[in-house]
Ligand binder design. Sequence first.
Ligand SMILES: Nc1ncnc2c1ncn2[C@@H]1O[C@H](COP(=O)(O)OP(=O)(O)OP(=O)(O)O)[C@@H](O)[C@H]1O
Length: 253
Amino acid sequence: MDVDVPGSVPAATTATPSARNARGMDILTARGLVMTYGTTRALDGVDVSVRAGESVAVMGPSGSGKTTLLHVLAGIVRPTSGTVALAGADLVSLGDAQRTRLRREDFGFVFQSGQLLSELPAEENAALPLLLGGQSRAAATARARDLLARLGLAGTERRRPGELSGGQAQRVAIARALVGHPKVVFADEPTGALDQATGREVLDLLTSVARENGAALVVVTHDAGVARWCDRTLAMRDGRVVSEFTAPAGALR
Ligand SMILES: Nc1ncnc2c1ncn2[C@@H]1O[C@H](COP(=O)(O)OP(=O)(O)OP(=O)(O)O)[C@@H](O)[C@H]1O
């Protein structure tokens, strides 16, 4: 699809110092990202900064490099060249074990669908990162239940994924992404498998609950209405960020 970002203007003219400092310090900074697959330049010189607690939507046509950018920012793949730093620490040069630990402790992930374990009830699915990290079952499920309630799922904590609607299952996945107090949540088409109304409800919850929990959010989406909930929207084309829209300060979000 084509990007339709209302009022979008070239990136270089939007990021004024006052707007950039509105929410906090840069937590994630990428410079000069290039990613080539054979002759394809999936990323062709991308600079991106994400501030602590900020929500950033990434939009663009199919093949423009959105998922590649998300994976490089999250340390899932190494770029061909360029740097990614989390709170000043260079992700690209870390060893695999350190990058895995950092991903587990500092990042949360929400994918399109199919990420819950079918045999576990909602609260254990949501608590999983804490349980795997060695937290007590009581503390982990208490935190998970709090988040599930905030996401409108009070009363469904003991249901297994097969007993939840698609929108409810994605809300459990959001709880799981946030349960460990990550610095950044990455979401790749988190509403792609949902109808538009349910998808918008889930996006609204994802952005507001991430904000409440102090997590920055980077979300790849085809829903042009996402600018309504995110602080900033980046539009990509041919491996580059071609425009950027910053929501006005004080916008109702
Ligand atoms: N592992 C890979 N091997 C080879 N080429 C790849 C690989 N991953 C991505 N590409 C190519 O890089 C380009 C960008 O892909 P990417 O998945 O990042 O785009 P996208 O904007 O997320 O697309 P979509 O909206 O369709 O998911 C495409 O041309 C794609 O074919």
